[in-house]
Design a protein around this ligand. Sequence first.
Ligand code: DON
Length: 331
Amino acid sequence: MVQGAVNWNTGMTQKWLQEYVDDWVSFYRKHTAEGEVASYIPALKEANQDHLGISIIGMHGMKIRSGDVDVRFTIQSISKVLSFIVACMQRGVSYMLDKVDVEPTGEAFNSIMHLEMKPLKKPFNPLVNAGAITVSSMLDGETSKDKLDPLLSLLEEIIGHRPPINLEVYESERESSMRNRAIGYYLLETGFLDSDIEVTLDTYFKQCSIEVTIDDLARIGLILANDGKDPDSDQEIIPRQVARLAKALMLTCGMYDASGKFAAYVGIPAKSGVSGGIIAVSPPRVRNEPLPFMDGCGMAVYGPALDSKGNSTAGIRLLRHIATQWDLSIF
Ligand code: DON
């Protein structure tokens, strides 16, 4: 497909890439019919099953957007990456890793069973509900508002505005939260909560209800691809060590019990959410031929129809196709 020394990182090829991505979005949209919109949080049922959109932001301002790009949706589990980053920035990495492990579970995101499987009973990783609830309890502050303030400020620094919390989704999640409450009480018993359980759960429900677009998520992905620095200003927004740890966790645990397959077939760090978003990070890569976004990029898809693991059916296929076409795998 690529002839000669095309510089894929300049605007020269933007039109060309845009046409390809438009075609791929049209092609993969049919896979939305294979999934189902999440219903265990009642407010999420209102999503349009047919939606599919992608945003890709590169290091030099190159941006490709296609499909349903303007839909606002709640960030859900993708917030777990951000709360872990903020907690590491506040408490330090070694403190956090004493409280939550970095091992994939191979179980569903809301599994309780795995909490009992290790002698220490420490949550397996910060990207499953159990680990994320522990992390929310470790954010600085006495109230959920205080705890979320630094997370919202970090988001503001990255995306340029303070994102709202969707109150309808927050209330719906709070009212249907039996399993997360069970996980919370289990963590309380085993000593893995640093704050009051109600404050912790409220923080967790609110962080999951932050409203974003795929452009916002792609921009967060870009910062992670650049090891925590904003490529435009060269300012460090996330410490390099924390950004790298977050990416390692995304690669090994970000797609839950489909993380192995995602690493094998797509090969880049990613994190999904039950509202249908996936954030993916393509770090800079070295190849013998010029390829799109070689300096790295942030990517995000939205497709609320989910597979049985809670990941966007069409979104995963679209990312897999792009990763194959553009040779994105880090391996
Ligand atoms: O706690 C929950 O169940 C949701 N707020 C988040 C779960 C989620 O996004 C899992 N993602 N695939």
